[in-house]
Design a binder for this molecule. Structure first.
Ligand SMILES: [Zn+2]
Length: 411
């Protein structure tokens, strides 16, 4: 008897725990882009990759790349990966799980004598914490890296260009991080980071779409005045108007199927207990898998904000910070994943991702799909983030079926 899937799933858990120790902060998991603990992670995974007979390199954007080429192969390669950076005070599985599981896909491919080469990528930067711009690693791999990004500065004033040099890499070679054209597709395994699978009592799901997103700021401008001497009907209270609008944001999201809308930040001027607020800036983050539903909702929200403001004699100004369309996953590759789930005896569950992922960036260049694993308690970006060993095990059964199907489809 060979090694069981359970043992492999336990190994994945152990490796995630091991990598979690490689942190910038003792007792917490924090590993930002191009920081010293990322070197340790690379060394650790490089060893594992080399033991699996993979050729390993770190590209100029800091992505760890391991390539397994079966003897005498003729096919294009499959790319599997996720990210190795974390948010501050993170959990042990967001991103890392997908890289460690990818190595088990290599083990499976070798056992099956698969004739498809597989490249595993540990993306260097997905969260965007250090430079405020997410997906830097996958953007370079997708060949969409704008060289002006090299001028970005971190909190200490260090440029991205210098950080790349300090990590021992050549910022001039960033174009060489771009992936070749000989790719069948990209697969990212990731924790769901939400409650949907747990609520459905399911372990894994294939991802069909990644939601589109609008981010913007609605500014309400009224008049500051004395909180004691200004009668209520004389006021131009920007915060009272904003408060009314915020409850409408929640209401419209509740009334629109699958829409999520969040006000996460409010700036108040002058922000004093005895002064009527004059200017209030309210952030909006609105997401949906259908771009037209999202645009309609955002349009309605802006109109409602203006109506509230004009009734109160207050001015409004809407400014858009980001408008990202939804990204569908590749239909064929996703269908193959769903088929693999059924063949593994699992429910053919599909879902939309409410969070952005490297797969969204890779989809610009290659067919991409994702496999989600249940997030117990729906918790992520928190030390309590977890994953169930049986779900990892289930995902490995799916992986085997997926590789079998992929091999016969590329024949
Ligand atoms: Zn992630």
């Amino acid at each position: 008897m060979g090694e069981g899937m359970r043992d492999r799933a336990l190994r994945v858990m152990e490796e995630c725990a091991c990598i979690a120790e490689m942190s910038e902060e003792p007792g917490r998991i924090t590993r930002l882009y191009l920081t010293p603990p990322m070197h340790s992670v690379h060394e650790y995974l490089r060893d594992r990759m080399e033991m699996l007979g993979m050729r390993v390199r770190v590209d100029a954007a800091g992505n760890l790349r391991g390539l397994w080429e079966p003897r005498g192969y003729r096919q294009q390669r499959l790319v599997i990966g996720s990210h190795l950076d974390t948010v501050p005070n993170a959990g042990a599985y967001d991103g890392v799980l997908g890289v460690v599981i990818a190595l088990e896909w290599i083990v499976l491919a070798q056992e099956m004598s698969l004739s498809i080469p597989i490249e595993v990528i540990g993306f260097s930067e997905e969260e965007g914490v250090r430079y405020g711009v997410p997906f830097l690693g996958s953007t370079a791999v997708a060949g969409c890296f704008d060289r002006r990004l090299l001028d970005l500065r971190d909190r200490d004033g260090k440029s991205l260009e210098q950080a790349i040099r300090d990590f021992g890499l050549d910022p001039g070679a960033i174009d060489q991080a771009k992936i070749d054209n000989d790719v069948i597709g990209f697969v990212e395994v990731h924790i769901e980071q939400g409650p949907e699978l747990e609520e459905g009592d399911l372990g894994v799901a294939a991802v069909t779409d990644i939601v589109g997103q609008t981010r913007g700021t609605l500014t309400f401008t009224g008049h500051a005045n004395h909180a004691g001497t200004t009668p209520m009907h004389h006021r131009r209270d920007a915060l009272a108007a904003a408060a009314e609008w915020i409850s409408i944001v929640e209401d419209i999201a509740l009334r629109t199927e699958a829409l999520v809308a969040t006000v996460g930040r409010v700036f108040i001027q002058p922000n004093a207990v005895n002064v009527i607020p004059s200017v209030v800036e309210v952030s909006l983050d609105c997401r949906h898998a259908d771009d037209s539903i999202r645009s309609l909702a955002v349009g309605e929200l802006i109109t409602r904000g203006r109506d509230i403001a004009s009734r109160r004699g207050i001015a409004t100004d809407w400014s858009v910070l980001a408008n990202h369309p939804a990204v569908p996953m590749d239909r064929q590759l996703t269908a193959l994943m769903v088929d693999a789930m059924s063949a593994a005896g699992l429910a053919a569950k599909t879902m939309t991702s409410g969070a952005g992922h490297d797969a969204m960036v890779m989809a610009r260049r290659v067919p991409a799909t994702m496999l989600f694993l249940r997030s117990p308690g729906g918790i992520s970006h928190d030390p309590c983030e977890s994953v169930l060993v049986e779900d990892i095990e289930a995902s490995l059964h799916v992986a085997r079926k997926f590789l079998e199907r992929l091999a016969s489809s590329v024949g």
